[in-house]
Design a protein around this ligand. Structure first.
Ligand SMILES: Nc1ncnc2c1ncn2[C@@H]1O[C@H](COP(=O)(O)OP(=O)(O)OP(=O)(O)O)[C@@H](O)[C@H]1O
Ligand SMILES: [Mg+2]
Length: 369
């Protein structure tokens, strides 16, 4: 097996604000292999952007701080690198399409010139005479109509969606090893979205590029990704191949997200409740207050550990139901009458187990076995 191109291990990115510490990303781990697309998915505020912007340490400055974790890219530990070394990595080896590209384009230069400049820097194998054609091709492939004339427009002559596509074209012109794309198609209409996803796939195949694709849209995930990381309130709830996570979801949160997809079930569903505070995160599983299967163990200690699902090497979920003493079959949708009694049963049996453990612990002086 080849080594991952990117390996994020136990990443913690916090913000120190007047209202306290924001635990935006708290012990997040995942890998991206060469040539594959990994999607980070989750509701608004779950920590997707903070995770993706921590990779090249853009967020590692006040009020943000990467407090723990390692980020290994092509064998190098980015957390140990100087700002100068990181600048070299950004754009050259890792390109980024930002969710909110405020100043991505220079207003005084023509759009084509800006993409051409990026191509000149990153593709020194490309003959000068071919640069303009390549720029027009990139604009055309991102769905800019009449690309051969629009190439000479200034950014203010483009709509917001068109500027977003120019930024996508610029990121692709970098010919980097890893593209981080944070909601690149969210603001675009569905036809253009499909075109951009196709373009990303084409460029990926052409250059064996890896993509970290950030989105809140599970529908897009199944179209573009090989593997998926499901985040909730700064924690990873589940990860695995798209086949595993979308077709055999394990965590109640992932199951709920999938139920919310249009076209599932008889009516449009939603997940009741709201994301918990990430300034004062709840004990136990961060999803517990909205989980219809929550039992007393779900609100104790830290986020449950990641358990392997069905013996898979890749599919894992952070839910007590996959740990000892539980049966994941109990996560099947409860019937009207059984839900309360099932929780009560669980809660009672867990308290009984705890009292037994306490009795045992007292009996052996409190030492671990
Ligand atoms: N500069 C900052 N200062 C304080 N808190 C921040 C800052 N940036 C992000 N956060 C907080 O970190 C948490 C995660 O934010 P993030 O932007 O990563 O969410 P997201 O999953 O990308 O959401 P969306 O889908 O809306 O883009 C949120 O609670 C957010 O308020
Ligand atoms: Mg975001």
């Amino acid at each position: 097996m080849t080594d991952p191109l990117l390996s994020v291990e136990d990443l913690k990115t916090h913000f120190h604000t007047d209202d306290g510490t924001v635990y935006a990303v708290d012990s997040v781990s995942f890998d991206v292999n060469p040539g594959e697309t990994v999607a980070i998915v989750g509701e608004s505020g779950s920590g997707k952007t903070v995770t993706s912007e921590s990779i090249t340490k853009i967020l590692d400055m006040p009020p943000g701080e990467i407090v723990e974790g390692t980020i290994t890219f092509d064998g190098m530990d980015l957390t140990e690198m100087s700002e100068k070394q990181l600048q070299d990595i950004r754009g050259n080896r890792i390109s980024h399409i930002f969710q909110n590209p405020q100043n991505g384009l220079n207003p005084v230069y023509k759009v084509g010139r800006q993409i051409g400049e990026t191509l000149r820097i990153h593709r020194d194998d490309l003959p000068k005479a071919e640069i303009r054609d390549r720029v027009i091709d990139l604009l055309d492939r991102t769905g800019i109509p009449e690309a051969s004339s629009r190439v000479d427009d200034y950014p203010h002559e483009f709509s917001g969606g068109m500027k977003q596509r120019v930024l996508i074209a610029m990121a692709l012109a970098c010919d980097s090893d890893l593209l981080i794309a944070d909601e690149p198609t969210t603001a675009l209409d569905v036809t253009i979205q499909a075109q951009i996803l196709q373009l990303l796939e084409d460029v990926q195949a052409e250059y064996n590029m890896s993509i970290l694709f950030v989105t809140h849209d599970l529908g897009v995930v199944s179209e573009i990704a090989d593997r998926v990381v499901v985040m909730y309130a700064g924690k990873v709830m589940e990860k695995g191949s798209v086949e595993e996570v979308i077709h055999n979801p394990a965590h109640p949160y992932t199951k709920a997200l999938i139920e919310c997809l249009p076209g599932r079930g008889s009516s449009m569903k939603r997940i009741d409740g709201a994301l918990p505070s990430v300034t004062e995160p709840p004990e136990g599983c961060r999803f517990n207050s909205r989980c219809e299967h929550a039992v007393s163990d779900c609100s104790m200690g830290d986020q449950p550990q990641m358990h392997a699902i069905d013996g898979s090497q890749t599919h894992r979920a952070s839910c007590v139901y996959y740990g000892p003493g539980y049966d994941a079959a109990d996560l099947e949708p409860p019937t009207e009458n059984s839900s309360t009694s099932q929780s009560e049963r669980r809660s009672n049996s867990q308290s009984e187990r705890r009292s037994e453990t306490q009795r045992d612990t007292r009996a052996d002086g409190g030492h671990d076995a």
